[in-house]
Design a protein around this ligand. Structure first.
Ligand code: HEM
Length: 141
C-alpha cells in the first residue's frame, strides 16, 4: 500500500513527505483552542470559549489523517525502523487523542471556568509541543 501511494504521488510530481501537510490541522487547532480558552476569561470575551471548543473538535477530526500519513512517511522514508522518537510519537498521538476526546465529550464551553476542564486544554498544548518537537528531531535531526 505505501509503495502504491508514494508511486502515485511521485508520478504527479509530489515528492515531499505527506505527513507535514496534515500536521497543521491538529497542531494549529490545539494552539487555537488554548488561546481562545484563555482569552475567554477576559471581560466580555466568554463567547470565545465556544471558538476554542470548536477548534478542539477540528483538531480531533484531524488526528486520524495525521497519524495515517505519519505512518506512511515512517514506512516509506524511515523503512519502518523502530526507534525511540517513533515510539514516543505513537504514545503522544494516543495521549492527544484521549485528551481531545475528554475535552470534546466533557467540556462545557458555555460556562468556562479555571478548573480541570481548562487544565485539559493546557495539557493538550504540552502534548502537541512534544509531537512537534519529536517530529522536528526526526526531520531535521
Ligand atoms: C496527532 C498526531 C501527530 C502530530 C500532531 C504530529 C506532528 C508532527 C510534526 C509537527 C512534525 C514536523 C513536521 C515538519 O515540520 O517537517 C512531524 C514529523 C514527523 N512525524 Fe508526526 N505527528 C503525529 C503523529 C505521528 C505518528 C503516529 C507517526 C508515526 C507512526 C509520525 C511520524 C512522523 C515522521 C516520520 C516525521 C518526520 C517528517 C516526515 O517524514 O513526515 N507522526 N510530526
Amino acid at each position: 500500500m505505501t509503495e502504491i501511494i508514494f508511486e502515485f504521488l511521485n508520478n504527479i510530481g509530489f515528492t515531499h513527505p505527506v505527513h507535514p501537510a496534515l500536521t497543521h490541522i491538529p497542531m494549529g487547532m490545539v494552539m487555537g483552542a488554548v488561546v481562545f480558552r484563555l482569552v475567554a476569561f477576559l471581560p466580555r470575551m466568554k463567547m470565545l470559549a465556544k471558538t476554542g471548543y470548536h477548534c478542539s473538535v477540528l483538531a480531533l477530526l484531524g488526528v486520524a489523517p495525521t497519524v495515517f500519513t505519519g505512518y506512511l512517511d515512517w514506512q516509506y522514508r524511515y523503512g519502518g525502523m523502530w526507534e525511540f522518537l517513533i515510539v514516543l510519537k505513537m504514545v503522544l498521538a494516543a495521549v492527544l487523542t484521549i485528551l481531545l476526546l475528554v475535552v470534546v465529550i466533557k467540556d462545557d464551553p458555555e460556562n468556562p471556568r479555571l478548573d480541570r476542564r481548562t487544565g485539559f486544554y493546557l495539557l493538550l498544548v504540552l502534548v502537541a509541543i512534544g509531537l512537534g518537537y519529536s517530529g522536528g528531531e526526526l526531520q531535521y535531526g
